[in-house]
Design a protein around this ligand. Sequence first.
Ligand SMILES: Nc1ncnc2c1ncn2[C@@H]1O[C@H](COP(=O)(O)OP(=O)(O)OP(=O)(O)O)[C@@H](O)[C@H]1O
Ligand code: SF4
Ligand SMILES: [Mg+2]
Length: 314
Amino acid sequence: MTKVDGLSISIKNKKGTWSLVRDVSFSLERGRTLAIVGESGSGKSLITSAILGMLNHLEGLEGSVEVCGRDVLKASSRELRTLRRNLIGYIPQNPRESLTPTLKVGSQLVEVIAAKTDRKGRECRLVAESLLSSLGFSGPERILSMYPHQLSGGMCQRVAIAMAVVSRPALVVADEPTSSLDPLTKHKIMEVIKGIQAEQGFGLILVTHDLDLAFSSSDQVAVVYGGRLVETGAAEELLLRPGHPYTSDLVRCFTRSGAEKGGSYYIPGEPLSIYTSFPGCRYFNRCRQRLEICETKEPACVRRDRGRVACWLY
Ligand SMILES: Nc1ncnc2c1ncn2[C@@H]1O[C@H](COP(=O)(O)OP(=O)(O)OP(=O)(O)O)[C@@H](O)[C@H]1O
Ligand code: SF4
Ligand SMILES: [Mg+2]
């Protein structure tokens, strides 16, 4: 079980303290998938970086992140290495950049297997071959003898997935794992991730701009706006009956049911800059359903169906 409770991230500069992420809470059971969606700059990567323990050095980090009962935010560097070795896997956005260009894929994968498991030498090579087979490579030995530049983006991503899941982690965090891939490869990679999840049973946090991917591949969706989870709920419920006006607008963009012009819809206006203090709801300037109170007071997060929503309409 992964439990994020009251996660807040702020930074200080000469002009003051700025809140980047505020009071993010959710839980995720093993075998389940939570998609985190939201516009660019909304705080998705900050949330996942905190979950991976990459922001533990920040003064303005509050709340708790528990993975299988271990508190990631309080972990020392040594404990973090153990957590990443055993419990938490990470699938990057651009796998080619995370592989060393001058080393063959085999030696890189074998090194990760040796570091993350108790296996040694030839055994690591056999694990690498079997893992690559289970991730859909028909000739794993050939792939292991290649350099990253000889692989396509989708192949590199499958190697990165192998590195993330080799220790059978409890949680895998994938930050935009398909955004650098073409649509066909994107679906294949998602199938590969879901296939290995079904076999190993890890919880998956999937960060994506792609609503199609979010709604089709996840059980729960968390919608982030201005550093806050403005709505969370079961994927099918949010798609059919979005509660928060921002979720409705996103779904409208996705389904094109707005169809004002040429079948497309976009959300007018821009999100407030993180360096703009605003006492009310940060969606106020773009919201079609805003009320008077929305300008002066931020709404609390309340229950709605099986999910939660932060909006004065509830
Ligand atoms: N170390 C930092 N110092 C100052 N501001 C930061 C820092 N890291 C992120 N930010 C700011 O915090 C906000 C959220 O960033 P984040 O990278 O989490 O967004 P995102 O939702 O992942 O966006 P994208 O979809 O483009 O990846 C952005 O406005 C970003 O500029
Ligand atoms: S709180 Fe008000 S401004 Fe914010 S989304 Fe809800 S209705 Fe719109
Ligand atoms: Mg990001």
